[in-house]
Write a protein that binds this ligand. Structure first.
Ligand code: PGA
Length: 270
């Protein structure tokens, strides 16, 4: 039985005081939940603050990104060692916003965003291997653009991202990996992917993991759906065979709505 997961990706939201208030609110609601794994991924500058808020709870801490080197002349980057020192157990790797596939600031086009954020299949793979070496558990993100879906390329794109991310990873490390399927067109748009279709793609992700490692590894891998998950649609998503939880942006910024998502994840374990 795979444990349900509810992970909050706060993205570039919350100053220190807001992060503390939100983490306190989430902890008050879902801090003692045992039937679901709850992970909070605040901005780097708020990690230590959130760590203090969740210290006596079951909630885990995650980073939103990392660089693969331990230290050095890499201005603005954050190493796995630093995340561990802040109390992180998890780290999101290869979010579509970091791959420059979504979230255009100002008038920037996608080419510009590639240069700004820069994650590729190759850097995602290096980060995954580095996270595992350091003892961090990567939450690997994959997902297709609207144009790729319309062209019928969803499965090829998503499977390709998963295979690339897992290159050089040993089967015995796979228990420390979570994969999040996040169709780019559903992120932050309010447009959730149909639960049936999200389940189909998450199942395809699981098959890809089986091809890379083994059926046993795939059967135990937690595969999440992300993209406009909210209290109104979470039950339908959690009821799906291949969806083990959510990676949540917008609805994780409100303690009551994230609390409802935690409850739904825990209830799905029954
Ligand atoms: P959303 O973001 O829930 O705001 O759509 C999800 C994500 O990007 O992880």
């Amino acid at each position: 039985m795979r444990k349900p997961v509810m992970a909050g990706n706060w993205k570039m939201n919350c100053d220190i005081a807001e992060a503390e208030a939100l983490a306190d609110g989430v902890t008050a609601h879902g801090g003692q939940v045992e039937d679901a794994l709850v992970i909070l991924c605040p901005p780097f500058v708020a990690l230590t603050t959130v760590q203090k808020s969740i210290a006596n709870s079951n909630i885990k801490l995650g980073g939103q990104n990392m660089f693969w080197e331990d230290e050095g002349a890499f201005t603005g980057e954050t190493s796995p060692k630093m995340l561990l020192a802040c109390g992180c157990e998890y780290v999101i790797i290869g979010h579509s916003e970091r791959r420059g596939r979504f979230g255009a600031p100002d008038e920037a086009d996608v080419e510009d965003l590639d240069a700004v954020f820069g994650d590729t299949d190759a850097t995602v793979n290096r980060k995954v291997r580095s996270a595992l070496d350091a003892g961090l558990k990567p939450i690997i993100c994959c997902g297709e653009l609207l144009g790729e879906r319309q062209a019928g390329d969803t499965d090829a794109v998503v499977a390709g991202q998963v295979e690339a991310a897992l290159q050089g990873v040993a089967a015995d490390e796979a228990a420390n990996i979570i994969i999040a399927y996040e169709p780019v067109w559903a992120i932050g748009t309010g447009e959730v992917c149909d639960a049936d279709e999200a389940n189909r793609v998450c199942g395809m992700v699981r098959e890809t993991v089986a091809d890379v490692f083994s059926q046993d590894v795939a059967d135990n891998m937690q595969v999440l759906y992300g993209g406009s998950v909210k209290p109104e649609n979470v039950e339908g998503l959690m009821a799906q065979e291949h969806i083990d939880g959510g990676l949540v942006g917008g609805a994780s910024l409100d303690a009551a709505s994230f609390g409802a998502l935690i409850d739904a994840a825990a209830a799905s374990a029954q």
